[in-house]
Design a protein around this ligand. Structure first.
Ligand code: KIV
Length: 257
């Protein structure tokens, strides 16, 4: 751990951790003052590029978006998702994580999965790379997006994986779409913060995809709460611009040289 990740850990049982996604500078700089963590999630594949799966997101896409986000982040911890097939073994993970850190100057990387990532995470941490875990629904390998923790075996495996991730040295774990009582058990069991998305209020913090939060992304999932309707605002602004240009009201003298 370093002082930045220790600061996140110290919030456990004290105050809730606020995390949101950003894919570019302007959004990141708005979010920065309200967040503890800004995540450059590979959800950008579906949100920005209309990919059917995050599997199609490349390392280069993550790096370019993260470079933009870095310019907007001053105080939050910046975490970057390692995309699919970039951390299949410790050697590959180390090479790609080093590249992400070097090019984007982010504070940590996030990997999806539990037991299978144990050695990978140990290797990254041995090389001073901070890691965030991700359990529950794992978009990079999911065949469906149903919440996890209904079946006993699923519950056992996810709880086991949370302990394995803690042992490996991650500084926090994203819990995605996990049944409430299992989330509660995991959060009580591990000494590192859990950050939930669709995983109830029993987590130590919450994360949402910002485009969902502000109503820019067309998605209707139970775990999403729309806090704003930016689509409507952009629509109104574009319409007003069109009307003004059509009527010759814009540009006025004030906007001319
Ligand atoms: O890719 C992403 O945005 C994520 C969050 C949904 C946690 O992993």
């Amino acid at each position: 751990m370093n002082k930045n990740t220790l600061k996140i850990i110290s919030k456990k049982n004290k105050s809730k951790i606020i995390c949101l996604t950003a894919y570019s500078k302007n959004i990141a700089s708005i979010l920065d003052k309200h967040c503890d963590i800004i995540l450059v999630g590979d959800s950008l594949g579906s949100v920005l590029y209309n990919f059917s799966s995050t599997k199609k997101v490349s390392l280069n896409m993550m790096i370019e978006h993260s470079k933009s986000v870095r310019m907007g982040v001053v105080k939050s911890l910046m975490v970057v998702d390692m995309p699919y097939n970039t951390y299949r073994n410790p050697k590959e993970a180390l090479k790609n994580a080093k590249k992400i850190i070097l090019k984007t100057k982010c504070d940590a990387v996030k990997l999806e999965g539990g037991k299978k990532n144990y050695q990978i995470i140990k290797t990254l941490i041995k090389n001073k790379i901070q890691v965030m875990g991700h359990l529950g629904v794992l978009p990079q390998s999911a065949t469906n997006f149903k919440f996890k923790g209904k079946k006993l075996i699923e519950r056992k495996n996810i709880l086991r994986d949370s302990k394995i991730l803690e042992q490996a040295g991650v500084f926090s774990i994203i819990l995605e779409c996990i049944e409430s009582s299992l989330t509660k058990e995991i959060t009580k069991t591990v000494n590192i913060p859990t950050i939930g998305i669709g995983a109830s209020s029993h987590c130590d913090g919450q994360v949402l995809v910002t485009d969902d939060l502000i109503g820019l992304n067309k998605i209707s999932a139970r775990f999403v709460k729309k806090y704003s309707n930016v689509t409507k605002q952009i629509n109104n602004a574009a319409l007003k611009f069109k009307q003004d240009v059509t009527k010759g009201k814009f540009p006025s003298k004030k906007h001319s040289y």
